[in-house]
Design a protein around this ligand. Structure first.
Ligand code: HEM
Ligand SMILES: Cc1cc2nc3c(=O)[nH]c(=O)nc-3n(C[C@H](O)[C@H](O)[C@H](O)COP(=O)(O)O)c2cc1C
Length: 522
């Protein structure tokens, strides 16, 4: 029989020695768990002795409590309603004090710091992932399961350059900014601030979402207008490596108009002239979200509607996408889902790729983002794509789809020729230079970073810059420790993948290896 606990009794368990929190009317004893909480001890202490429902639901699914905490730690239910926590869930300005930027030295630090000052709705939108968040977690843990095989007694005194090219564009690092929507929910200058940071770092590639808070033209202009600080990287000059991530609109003429506005007509024959006339240097067609993923943390935190301030209204304005107003419905309040209802669910290999190829000038490469099997990578290469992004939308679309680094292994095992034919990129779960290194070892030309950049964006361009600098520096350290000083020297032999090899499919076949049963037609 669970106990009934009064709010007064709950409030007395608010220390490290006895740490109780109420979630959804139930009281949990988190004293033993707290020091090992992956989200840090301080966030639990902040809610100790109080109602932590809103904070918990903003980042976790209810099943996490059931699956992780021993039943004995569920000590009862609260006897009477608790006062609502003081933090408003609809606040859209950065008001809480932030840990100093100089104290953050890893992507993980940025993630934890963001949880202390970003508004709950913004946090729920960014950090959430589909249903039980299993793919989201595995994207990261699969990297830990792959180990390095460092080579020693190699002279690594030479400076390491991370400069490379992505889709023909000079970039200062193989790490690129993955497309994320609604940048203004994090910072008033959203994607423009990210562009400034990318420029200061000598030209990091940035993929702009169709659902971004600013148009591609605005983002490119912000980068062009931004002065390079004295002593900063000279970088790629006026050539801003900005790519467009494309969601095809249910109303196809909207997409046609968007692409026409961002590319020059094909009558320019000189390829160089045409390159510079195009505002976008490539199009990344996203194919892993034909319907929105079910992100429960985002569903649970109410939307700010009607908007409580002009800033809040601006945060959900999307100049390149069909404009929608996020209004809660019977499924909940997920910003991701409510803002994504313009996206077409009827794309196909047969019709969509030829249609896009016709709309785009020859000089604009077409990349398919959201490849999750080697079989689809093969189809993309055969369909004439110039690149693919092995991605599962950061675990936000279909939960239990495979960790992206395992898909890269599948591609190496089942169709290695694809790496020769198209540029292969990967994103999802990158938090360390070692992760980037492992992806490069397995053939990735570039490695995308989504949430980490958004956590950095909470500090504006200095934060974005610091996140990317940390990843670059960790990558360089990893390279040297493994006995390489140039990107061309990186190869798969520097990895031991045996702990995950059994998870990697060994055939392109659509059939299951032994379960051949099919449902008879009714
Ligand atoms: C008021 C209660 C709680 C709050 C406010 C809270 C908050 C957080 C935050 C801010 C993070 C970092 C999120 C991120 O990675 O983006 C986190 C991570 C995590 N927390 Fe909690 N937490 C709470 C209770 C719990 C409980 C009770 C459990 C398990 C029984 C738990 C398990 C985890 C796990 C496994 C992670 C790793 C990230 C993930 O979900 O993949 N948390 N938590
Ligand atoms: C807040 C947020 C918004 C996103 N919006 C888009 C989007 O508009 N288009 C898209 O193709 N991918 C989108 N993604 C997915 C990212 O491009 C990328 O695949 C993913 O974030 C990589 O995983 P990571 O966050 O673990 O680095 C979004 C991801 C996040 C976290």
């Amino acid at each position: 029989m669970p106990q009934t606990i009064s709010p007064l009794e709950l409030s007395s368990h608010n220390t490290l020695g006895s740490l109780w929190i109420a979630i959804d009317g139930q009281v949990y004893d988190l004293t033993e768990f707290a020091p090992n909480h992956p989200g840090g001890l301080s966030v639990l202490l902040q809610h100790a002795g109080k109602d932590g429902t809103a904070a918990y639901n903003a980042v976790h699914s209810p099943s996490l409590l059931q699956s992780t905490l021993p039943v004995s730690k569920h000590i009862g239910r609260i006897s009477s309603p608790l006062p609502a926590p003081s933090t408003s869930t609809s606040r859209l300005s950065l008001t809480a004090p932030k840990p100093p930027l100089s104290s953050l030295i890893s992507v993980n630090d940025f993630r934890l710091a963001a949880h202390t000052f970003l508004p709950p709705k913004t946090l729920a939108f960014i950090s959430s992932a589909a249903t039980d968040c299993i793919t989201h977690r595995r994207n990261s843990t699969a990297y830990s399961d792959i180990t390095l095989r460092p080579r020693v007694l190699v002279d690594v005194s030479a400076p390491v350059s991370l400069k490379t090219t992505i889709l023909g564009q000079q970039v200062s690092s193989p790490i690129f900014v993955a497309p994320t929507s609604l940048g203004k929910t994090v910072h008033p200058e959203g994607e423009r601030e990210i562009a400034r940071a990318c420029k200061e770092l000598g030209g990091i590639a940035q993929v702009i979402s169709t659902s971004a808070s600013f148009s591609v033209s605005d983002v490119v202009q912000a980068a062009l207008d931004h002065p390079i600080p004295a002593g900063g990287e000279t970088g790629t000059g006026a050539n801003v490596p900005v790519f467009l991530q494309l969601y095809v609109d249910k109303h196809a003429p909207n997409t046609e108009a968007l692409l026409a506005s961002l590319t020059s007509p094909d009558h320019l024959n000189d390829d160089n002239q045409q390159q510079s006339a195009n505002k976008i240097k490539a199009v990344f067609l996203t194919v892993d979200a034909p319907v929105p993923g079910k992100r429960e943390a985002d569903e649970r935190v109410p939307t700010d509607n009607p908007p409580s301030s002009p800033a809040a209204a601006a945060a959900t304005t999307t100049p390149m996408a069909t404009q929608l107003t996020p209004t809660s419905d019977s499924s909940g309040s997920a910003l991701g889902r409510l803002m994504a209802s313009y996206i077409s669910p009827s794309l196909t290999w047969q019709t969509t790729l030829p249609w896009l190829r016709r709309l785009l000038p020859r000089s604009v490469p077409l990349v398919i983002k959201g490849i999750q099997t080697a079989a689809d990578a093969v189809l993309a290469a055969r369909a004439g794509a110039d690149g693919i992004v092995v991605s599962n939308h950061g675990g936000r679309s279909l939960d239990t789809s495979p960790a992206t680094i395992l898909v890269l292994l599948e591609l190496q095992r089942c169709a290695p020729w694809v790496f020769e034919r198209v540029e292969v990129f990967v994103d999802g779960g990158i938090t360390r230079g070692t992760d980037v290194f492992k992806a490069l070892c397995l053939g990735a030309r570039g490695v995308g970073v989504g949430r980490a950049v958004l956590y950095g964006l909470g500090y504006g361009r200095e934060g974005v810059k610091r996140v990317l600098e940390i990843l670059n520096a960790e990558l360089v350290t990893t390279m040297k420790m493994c006995g390489v000083t140039s990107l061309d020297e990186i190869h798969a032999g520097l990895l031991n993948t045996r702990a995950v090899d059994h998870l990697v499919p060994n055939s392109l076949s659509e059939e299951h290896p032994y379960a051949k049963w099919r449902r008879a037609k009714l």
